[in-house]
Design a protein around this ligand. Structure first.
Ligand code: C2E
Ligand code: MG
Ligand code: MG
Ligand code: MG
Length: 291
């Protein structure tokens, strides 16, 4: 019986691995067509000045409207796009879309409004950022560089590389701001904060999640904020879901907040509605009461 079971187990694993490989192959094929077939859309999530409640920025987050599977979140396909090199085309597309949107919202709502885009380490490493093309797009739009924030993760900085520092410097020279995303998980090293000229530090949502239950988490957040401010970085807390979490972060002098408490990521038209509402409340002095 043991032998038969062993055989079945083997068969089971072989088959499921084969199935997984097939699913992946299918996704790769679908992904190739997705960009051409306009199946991607960008959702925008507000980034709020935590004390005033004013929406200052939006993070651009990609979604894939798969013709059969429906909405697919980025965790499912970004790594495939990275492995196949397709991330370069996505990255170019996202940059163009986000910059165009930033130009519109700056004009319509606030001249300092910014859109934040995530850039994969693979884009930096494989010459995936077409700086000449990106800069000329900004010029055509007449969008100053500081209309955009570039979000990178610590993984990018692990190996000390002049090539990556140069690319980050190119963004900075163009006026764009740089945020270190998901800070505190992964390969955190404080020397990154010294070696690179970041503008924002985004505290990972795992620290925010237990903020009101865990005094350790609270101590960590407070310490991160103090440290960041001493290094002249502004802090964005990710994943704020409750009023209590927000209160603790206000108390800790956090600068910006993002999370479901304010809004989930939204399609541009819906984002515009809450932006309109938010600015109207702010201008009439009501926002402070409900922030
Ligand atoms: P991220 O850059 O850290 O983005 C924040 C993620 O947290 C988003 O997930 C957002 O929907 C989610 N989130 C925001 N507020 C809350 C909250 O209050 N609670 C919870 N539980 N989650 C919240 P999403 O959109 O699924 O994106 C996941 C990751 O995929 C992003 O993490 C980013 O690393 C990557 N990604 C998304 N869009 C792009 C893109 O255009 N290009 C690249 N290269 N990566 C992207
Ligand atoms: Mg991000
Ligand atoms: Mg993050
Ligand atoms: Mg993340």
């Amino acid at each position: 019986a043991a032998k038969r079971e062993g055989k079945n187990t083997l068969l089971y694993f072989t088959r499921s691995m084969q199935e997984m490989a097939q699913v992946r192959m299918q996704l790769i094929n679908d992904l190739r067509q997705a960009l051409a077939g306009h199946q991607f859309e960008i959702m925008y999530q507000p980034i709020v000045e935590i004390e005033s409640g004013l929406i200052r920025k939006a993070e651009a987050l990609i979604r894939w409207q798969h013709p059969v599977r429906g909405t697919i979140n980025p965790v499912e396909f970004i790594s495939i796009a990275e492995d196949t090199g397709m991330i370069t085309s996505f990255g170019n597309w996202i940059f163009h879309e986000a910059a165009t949107q930033a130009r519109i919202w700056r004009e319509r709502f606030h001249p300092d409004f910014q859109i934040s885009i995530n850039i994969s380490p693979v884009q930096f490493k494989n010459e995936g950022i077409d700086f000449i093309n990106w800069m000329s797009h900004l010029q055509e739009l007449q969008l100053p560089g500081n209309g955009l924030v570039v979000e990178i993760t610590e993984g990018l900085l692990m190996e000390k590389s002049d090539h990556i520092s140069q690319q980050l410097a190119t963004f900075k020279n163009a006026g764009m701001e740089i945020a270190l995303d998901d800070f505190g998980v992964g390969y955190s090293s404080l020397s990154y904060l010294q070696n690179f000229n970041f503008d924002y530090l985004k505290i990972d949502q795992s620290f925010i999640r237990n903020l009101s239950q865990s005094s350790d988490n609270q101590a960590l957040c407070e310490a991160i904020i103090v440290m960041a401010h001493k290094l002249h970085l502004k802090v964005i807390a990710e994943g704020i879901e409750t009023i209590r979490q927000r209160e603790i972060l206000v108390e800790a002098t956090c600068d910006f907040g993002q999370g479901y408490l304010y809004s989930t990521p939204l399609p541009p038209a819906e984002f515009e509605l809450i932006l309109e509402n938010n600015y109207a409340l702010f201008n009439s002095g009501f926002l402070a009461d409900i922030a």
